[in-house]
Design a protein around this ligand. Structure first.
Ligand code: ATP
Length: 629
């Protein structure tokens, strides 16, 4: 691969710039560029910025997952590069929240990508340009997406304004790096508020330009904010022009439907359609809901750590403006990690702000059963009234839609109706949308319109904080050494942590003994025994270095030779598979890498195992060595 030399701001394959369309090369290798009107001297002109940015984007796409790129960088633009080797590179992003997130989680990858593109490190500055979220930016998208894959430059971007305004996408993997204090999230939650006022209903038609892009324009004017142009995003994100056309005509129909629903809703905003199930006691869920809210499932009782920081912030953001921030909110994760707690906190919070909000909270199973009943009784109208006349629809365990064709179809229409009316949809699942078997593509893409976020297994510090909190709530806070001991032993899920606290405190009370490490080990013997049979991260590091015959310092270094990089990726994969450590914790054990690097490694190995028998065999051997340790 061609590596640009130091101070070379342009890739070798950027002929226009290199051959002096805009400037000539000085002795020190920097460009003496010709500048267009309004372009500051001492900075690259806009046309060359586009080429450099294109290269940065390609490099970023190799470093982070597509959803992450889509969510955080797709709308960004390179605004200026100073002419000197150590001058600041300025990048514009669409809102404060994106700026915050990139600064907190992606600076390393961004700096690496800039270094690749510019041939040397540069300081980076992020500025916020709300115009990007309205679709006034994104000039490079089309160029990038139509670019050939051989690294040749794409045609220069189309003129300003012919682009989408999507923001949303999905974010897999929790976003890590916090200190675990709940109140530390407050500023983040505030940042979820959109910068633009929500202009729902103002010019909500469908505009044509997005269709060129493989999708239909749906967001900017209609919802006014940065977050709501999912149809465009779906089309662009999947890149299939045929699907884009289908989405477009369908969305046109939906727009008409939305308008009529909007008018109906104004006429009878709180109608129960004669159905007692649709009655709504103030400050409570609709009576048709499956559950009552657990009074303790509130944000203030939720311990925030790296594993759930983003899901928590997103839930707070949604509760502050249902239908206005992330829609749908899609939370996924293994059992007992706090999805229900977060969703119920969100409902509590909405109802405290506006007790008249109509929230229908159901399990997916109920949705399926009600639908089948309605079909049986020929009573679909009543069914639809029930599901489509709410302000917030929460569906738990949406993965249970798998293999249910007709119900998926119905849910699709329910989703569209609510979404188009600006109503909030909140979904929980044990897996991300794309992994739900047989889920129709159009549902997968809709579920990704808002925010998809995972709640991960909690790290040690979070587990410890939860143990302290839960025991305090039960009136007998665990001593520090007991909490530490338990947090090390119990790594599965939070329900198990809670169970351990209940057992231990009960045992101590019944036997009239103080809570000590010895008592905990006696009372929770089964949990401690299980813990010692699991390989831990030290086992993984030891077995991997021994199998690949490399030193631990190399495994944890920045070296990228194939042998070391491969061993590192196998190590990360096995650590993810066999230990309960979070992505961030695993990254920490492999030389301080961040969660997205670990996620990337895990996926590379998974993919390799599917495609390459040799990789499969190697991973199996290392895994057997770990089992036999
Ligand atoms: N971060 C947290 N802070 C405090 N308590 C938590 C946290 N996460 C989970 N819990 C507690 O753990 C228990 C299990 O959580 P919850 O029921 O929300 O999990 P879930 O992900 O919905 O599981 P399932 O998929 O089985 O429904 C609850 O009692 C909840 O209060």
């Amino acid at each position: 691969m061609n590596q640009p030399s130091a101070f070379d701001p342009l890739p070798d394959h950027a002929p226009a710039a290199r051959h002096g369309v805009h400037g000539e090369r000085r002795v020190d290798g920097s460009l003496a560029a010709e500048h267009g009107p309004g372009e500051p001297a001492g900075h690259l002109p806009n046309s060359e910025l586009a080429l450099v940015w294109e290269r940065v984007r390609r490099s970023l796409q190799e470093r982070i997952r597509p959803e992450q790129f889509h969510t955080w960088f797709k709308q960004a633009e390179l605004r200026s590069i100073g002419d000197g080797a150590d001058t600041t590179v300025t990048i514009a992003v669409q809102n404060n929240f994106t700026s915050f997130f990139i600064k907190t989680y992606y600076m390393e990858q961004l700096a690496d990508a800039l270094r690749d593109a510019l041939g040397g490190p540069r300081p980076v500055d992020l500025l916020v340009d709300a115009g990007l979220s309205r679709g006034e930016g994104l000039e490079n998208d089309r160029a990038l997406e139509s670019a050939p894959l051989d690294g040749q430059p794409a045609p220069l971007p189309a003129p300003h304004g012919a682009q989408n305004g999507s923001f949303g996408g999905s974010l897999h993997g929790s976003l890590e790096g916090g200190d675990g204090r709940a109140d530390a999230l407050r500023p983040q939650a505030d940042l979820f508020r959109t910068q633009d006022p929500v202009g729902r209903g103002a010019g909500g038609g469908l505009h044509g330009e997005g269709a060129q892009h493989g999708g239909a324009q749906h967001g900017g004017a209609q919802h006014g904010g940065a977050q709501q142009s999912g149809a465009q995003q779906a089309g662009a994100g999947h890149g299939a022009s045929s699907r884009g056309l289908v989405d477009r005509s369908m969305l046109e129909r939906e727009a008409l439907e939305r308008d009529s629903i909007g008018r109906d809703a104004q006429k009878r905003p709180r109608d129960t359609f004669g159905d007692p199930a649709l009655e709504q006691p103030r400050g409570r869920l609709l009576s048709a809901s499956d559950v009552g809210l657990n009074p303790t499932y509130r944000f203030e009782n939720f311990v925030v750590g790296p594993c759930n920081r983003f899901a928590h912030a997103a839930s707070v953001g949604v509760s502050e403006g249902p239908g206005q921030t992330y829609n749908p909110l899609f939370l996924h994760g293994n059992v007992g990690l706090g999805k229900t707690h977060l969703i119920q906190s969100l409902c509590h919070s909405i109802l405290v702000r506006d007790p008249g909000t109509r929230i229908l909270y159901l399990s997916c199973e109920s949705f399926v059963n009600h639908f089948v009943d309605a079909l049986d009784k020929g009573d679909l109208q009543r069914f639809r009234n029930k599901y489509r006349n709410v302000d917030v629809l929460v569906v738990d365990d949406i993965h249970l839609l798998a293999n249910k064709e007709r119900t998926q179809e119905e849910f699709f229409h329910t989703f569209n109706t609510l979404y188009n009316a600006g109503k909030q949809i909140v979904l929980s699942s044990d897996s991300p949308p794309k992994d739900i078997p047989t889920l129709q593509n159009r549902l997968v893409s809709r579920f990704k319109w808002g925010l998809v976020t995972e709640i991960e297994t909690p790290c040690y510090e979070t587990r410890r904080a939860i143990l302290k909190r839960k025991s305090r709530e039960k009136g007998n806070e665990l001593p520090d050494d007991v909490a530490s001991d338990l947090a090390e032993a119990i790594t599965a899920n939070i329900r198990e942590l809670e169970g351990a606290v209940t057992r231990l405190l009960g045992y101590a009370a019944l036997s009239n003994q103080p809570v000590t490490v010895a008592l905990a080990r006696e009372c929770l013997r089964d949990l401690f025994e299980h813990a010692t049979s699991q390989p831990n991260i030290d086992d993984v590091l030891r077995v991997v270095t021994s199998h690949f015959q490399i030193r631990l310092v190399d495994l944890q270094s920045r070296k990228r030779t194939h042998a070391i990089a491969f061993a590192r990726q196998v190590g990360m994969y096995l650590a993810r598979k066999l230990t309960r450590l979070s992505l961030q914790e695993i990254g920490g054990h492999f030389g301080g890498r961040d969660h997205s690097t670990v996620l990337y490694a895990v996926e590379r190995i998974k993919e390799g195992m599917q495609k390459d028998a040799e990789i499969l065999e190697t991973v199996r051997r290392v895994e057997s060595a770990l089992a036999a340790r």
